[in-house]
Design a protein around this ligand. Structure first.
Ligand SMILES: *[C@@H]1O[C@H](CO)[C@@H](O)[C@H](O)[C@H]1NC(C)=O
Ligand SMILES: *[C@@H]1O[C@H](CO)[C@@H](O)[C@H](O)[C@H]1NC(C)=O
Ligand SMILES: *[C@@H]1O[C@H](CO)[C@@H](O)[C@H](O)[C@H]1NC(C)=O
Ligand SMILES: *[C@@H]1O[C@H](CO)[C@@H](O)[C@H](O)[C@H]1NC(C)=O
Ligand SMILES: *[C@@H]1O[C@H](CO)[C@@H](O)[C@H](O)[C@H]1NC(C)=O
Ligand SMILES: *[C@@H]1O[C@H](CO)[C@@H](O)[C@H](O)[C@H]1NC(C)=O
Ligand SMILES: *[C@@H]1O[C@H](CO)[C@@H](O)[C@H](O)[C@H]1NC(C)=O
Ligand SMILES: *[C@@H]1O[C@H](CO)[C@@H](O)[C@H](O)[C@H]1NC(C)=O
Ligand SMILES: *[C@@H]1O[C@H](CO)[C@@H](O)[C@H](O)[C@H]1NC(C)=O
Ligand SMILES: *[C@@H]1O[C@H](CO)[C@@H](O)[C@H](O)[C@H]1NC(C)=O
Ligand SMILES: *[C@@H]1O[C@H](CO)[C@@H](O)[C@H](O)[C@H]1NC(C)=O
Ligand SMILES: *[C@@H]1O[C@H](CO)[C@@H](O)[C@H](O)[C@H]1NC(C)=O
Ligand SMILES: [Zn+2]
Length: 752
């Protein structure tokens, strides 16, 4: 999903949960004011002081409620033990997070932990309780679902969700069927290989249609897409199919391709028997060579995500001419509603297709068939028993740096499955328990404050022409804010809407695999039926329990699921610097995406339209280059102990969003704080409120990755590693540098 730009990389979805389109394109000091208790010695040479911050707090005005104590304790526990010796100006990540790093460890199934993943754990634990309890008849929250006929439908929706979960938890049944459900799909594919359609021999297009029907996509794929230039219209997009390894870099890495080859052989052995092991080895080598050639032909990750690169509308005949071996016309007709007329299609990777011709001419049909079957295997293996899917899981574990044999707790897999496939029923039951109207109102206030500040800031930029400024301000005014959960498409509070939505999905408690096929059909139908109606602007792209947020350029919207509006990011019971510094920076981040290197291509209506004049654009590009250079200097340590630099170009949009988001959140909080000053927190009286604001921000990004996972993310994740989301972002804040009295107050890079 290229359009949505998220706060963090979305959690990997289950291989067979086809929730996203098939195309692989994929965001101590004492208080100076306390005269009775003068400052202690500066914490280190060249020290800093709180003198930069305005602090209107009264002596002794400290919040001592349980919520405040708890939050303050967590800040203290997360902070470096030796924080007085750590320079916040150069390493605010260590300053804020070293205690957190020391006190948290990975579960065997985790490769990435952090404050946000702990929030997700809390949401998941609540959802698990809901999934493993009877229908919650006693819910106390006032809404329409608990009455009359709606209640019957609500119970039915609940039962459907429980059946979906139970089918997944029933590992006895899953073990008992073994490899069979996938073997059936593979043998149906083999029948197709030798058959004819209306007198014509099966060709590559027939095969691609066949695998795409099963949610896989090989070589090329087609999906639907809000047309960037006319975003109210959904159009067809064609692009490279999915490759088994996440990043181009892996295809030129001997160890990664060796592990990949082993996984292919292992899965073929499981599905076809070890007696053909030698044949499988030879086939796997050919498949990997084929994928290496395809991978070399694909655009790099930064290009693939750039609308300037991917927006190439072409008449279908021209698209077909790019790759004569495959008929895009037939591929699209196989999925589009029968009365849909194919107009232009978006060719997402124009240079890729002609190269595929050459690669295909060099590849035997045996290899192509082996590869297409492998795409089916990857898509469906995770719905088989742990025993059968072991070689594929081992590969994923290796790439993420886990113990190769690690298996997550079953309920987590099953919850993810429900979240991916019955997202809106799940959301309905989540928000009843975990999201109050007061939370929604407070969230709205924070977001509105930030939008107002952002507009104010726009007015002040001398490098922008007045025409561009006017449009930019209009873009903020037009911004649609989605908070908590969908209330229109669908209305998750309306049991009938949910029952109707999921009516086409038959869920059974006795076959997890069959349910997967039903979800797959449902997703395919919905994806292609989008061609029949204007772009649905009320749709959400994340479920309510999700700990994440996004900006979607063609709809000019920012969305914040209930899942992220929770402690410790968001809390009505704490001083406001907490929710503004943490959740507010998230809200500002998403808003800033509308003006980052990618979002800035979309105008105030959400259309891709170059609305920047040359001189404003030149100034913009000069400022963005600063971010590229700044972040390109950051590096992580690979498992081999080498340094691997952050890709400043790939992460540019996110880094701009981090900088602008924190700046806007700080300004918004300052205004509130001037009206009514926050209290301080117990045990943290040594800090100014400004410093506490930044500690709340830094605390969001305390986290760790296994070294192999860190490498994987450098290759494929548009977000910088969490440490640099702290260090790089605060380096770009004048407010931070003043609050901590850093030697230079000048931001390293500044755009918004
Ligand atoms: C502070 O402690 C951390 C370990 O938590 C250590 O890595 C770091 O070097 C120490 N810093 C200083 C300046 O002593
Ligand atoms: C509602 O019922 C469930 C189980 O039936 C129970 O665990 C929960 O505590 C009850 N909640 C309230 C608010 O009574
Ligand atoms: C429930 O919500 C409705 C509509 O918002 C309101 O009229 C009613 O008074 C509420 N009932 C309770 C018990 O809060
Ligand atoms: C398909 O044809 C190949 C030869 O081209 C043959 O080896 C294979 O057995 C056939 N498979 C089926 C299922 O008919
Ligand atoms: C069969 O091939 C002919 C000639 O290439 C073509 O016109 C026709 O559309 C094909 N039929 C199908 C069902 O693909
Ligand atoms: C390949 O697998 C080995 C053995 O499990 C593991 O140590 C290594 O890190 C893996 N390499 C990659 C690039 O995945
Ligand atoms: C196409 O068919 C669908 C459902 O059959 C219908 O809702 C839609 O209005 C039709 N569209 C056109 C353009 O005829
Ligand atoms: C075909 O394969 C040969 C030998 O492996 C290679 O040198 C050549 O570049 C390939 N051609 C294409 C178009 O991939
Ligand atoms: C769902 O199940 C019902 C009853 O068994 C059946 O009539 C219907 O065709 C099924 N729908 C789908 C999409 O499989
Ligand atoms: C999925 O759709 C196909 C037709 O496209 C149908 O044959 C199959 O029964 C459906 N499967 C399920 C589980 O709904
Ligand atoms: C703006 O830049 C473009 C591309 O560099 C150029 O073609 C165009 O003439 C410039 N427009 C103005 C008004 O200078
Ligand atoms: C940006 O502009 C400044 C001032 O004109 C100049 O010194 C700097 O080199 C420019 N940077 C880039 C990357 O163009
Ligand atoms: Zn983002």
């Amino acid at each position: 999903m290229v359009h949505q730009t998220a706060l963090i990389a979305s959690a990997a979805i289950l291989g067979s949960a086809i929730a996203s389109p098939v195309i692989d394109l994929q965001r101590p000091l004492n208080d100076l004011n306390k005269r009775a208790n003068p400052r202690v010695t500066p914490p280190f040479i060249g020290g800093w002081s709180s003198s930069g911050g305005v602090n209107r707090r009264q002596d002794g005005d400290v919040c001592t409620t349980d919520s405040c104590k708890k939050f303050a304790d967590s800040v203290i526990a997360g902070r470096a033990k030796n924080y007085t010796e750590v320079d916040p100006c150069t390493d605010f990540a260590t300053y804020t997070c070293a205690g957190w790093w020391e006190s948290h460890d990975f579960r065997p199934d985790q490769s990435n932990i952090g404050v946000l993943s702990i929030m997700a754990d809390v949401n998941n634990a609540l959802m698990r309780t809901i999934l493993e309890s009877p229908y919650p008849d006693n819910t106390t929250i006032n809404s329409t679902y608990a009455v009359g006929n709606a209640k019957e439908l609500d119970k039915q929706n609940f039962a459907k969700m429980i059946a979906a979960y139970d089918s997944c938890m029933d590992t006895e049944a899953i073990d008992a069927v073994g490899p069979e459900p996938l073997q059936e799909i593979l043998s149906a594919y083999e029948k197709l290989q030798n058959s004819t359609t209306s007198g014509n021999a099966t060709d590559l297009t027939d095969k691609l249609i066949w695998v795409q029907r099963y949610g896989a996509s090989g070589i090329v794929g087609a999906t639907t897409w809000a047309d960037d230039k006319t975003p109210d219209v959904t159009t067809v997009a064609i692009g490279p199919g999915l490759l088994g390894l996440d990043a181009k870099e892996y295809y030129t890495d001997k160890e990664a391709t060796a592990n990949y080859t082993t996984a292919i052989v292992g899965m073929y052995d499981k599905l076809y028997g070890e007696q053909d092991h030698e044949k499988h080895v030879s086939l796997a080598n050919d498949i990997v060579k084929f994928e290496q050639a395809l991978s070399a032909a694909t655009p790099d990750a930064a290009d693939a995500a750039s609308v300037e690169y991917y927006y190439n509308p072409k008449p279908i005949a021209e698209a077909d001419a790019l790759l004569p071996e495959i008929s895009f016309t037939r591929l699209i007709k196989a999925f589009a509603p029968s009365n849909y007329t194919i107009g232009n299609v978006l060719v997402l990777a124009p240079e890729f297709f002609p190269k595929v011709s050459g690669i295909l001419s060099n590849t035997t049909s045996q290899t192509v068939d082996g590869y297409l079957k492998w795409t089916l295997i990857q898509n469906w293996a995770t719905r088989l028993s742990n025993e059968v899917s072991a070689p594929y899981r081992r590969l994923q574990n290796e790439l993420a740096g886990k113990d190769p044999e690690a298996v997550g707790e079953r309920w987590r897999t099953c919850l993810t499955d429900v979240d991916s496939n019955l997202a809106w029923i799940e959301s309905a039951f989540f928000v009843r328990e975990a999201f109050s109207p007061e939370a929604k109102t407070y969230g709205e206030r924070i977001i509105t404050d930030i939008e107002n500040v952002f507009q104010e800031k726009l007015k002040g930029y001398e490098w922008m022409s007045s025409e561009v400024k006017t449009k930019a301000i209009q873009k903020v005014l037009n911004m649609v804010e989605k908070i908590g959960y969908p209330d229109i498409s669908p209305n998750v509070q309306d049991p009938k809407a949910l029952a109707d939505l999921y009516a086409p999905v038959n869920v059974t408690s006795d076959s997890w695999f069959k349910n997967g096929l039903a979800y797959n059909n449902f997703t395919l139908t919905n994806t292609w039926n989008d061609l029949l109606h204007p772009t649905d602007k009320n749709r959400w792209y994340m479920s309510a329990p999700t700990v994440n947020a996004y900006f979607n350029p063609p709809t000019n919207e920012i969305a914040f699921p209930a899942g992220i509006m929770q402690q410790p990011l968001f809390n009505l019971d704490l001083p406001e610097f907490v929710s503004y510094g943490a959740f507010g920076a998230v809200a500002g981040h998403e808003l800033t995406h509308a003006f980052d290197s990618s979002g800035s291509h979309y105008d105030e209506t959400g259309a891709y339209n170059d609305w920047w004049d040359n001189s404003t654009l030149a100034a913009f590009n000069n400022k963005t280059q600063c971010f590229v250079d700044q972040y390109s200097k950051f590096s992580i340590t690979t498992p081999a102990g080498e340094q691997l630099n952050v890709n400043g170009q790939l992460t540019l949009g996110e880094n701009i969003a981090d900088g602008g988001g924190l700046g806007a959140a700080f300004a918004a909080w300052k205004k509130r704080n001037e009206e009514k000053a926050d209290q301080s927190l117990p045990g943290l009286e040594e800090y100014t409120l400004e410093q506490l604001f930044y500690l709340a921000f830094g605390g969001v990004w305390c986290g760790e990755r296994r070294p192999a996972e860190a490498v994987r993310r450098i290759y494929s994740d548009p977000h910088s590693p969490p440490n640099f989301r702290i260090i790089g972002t605060v380096a770009n804040q004048r407010g931070f540098k003043e609050a901590f009295n850093c030697p230079s107050k000048e931001p390293t890079c500044e755009l918004w």
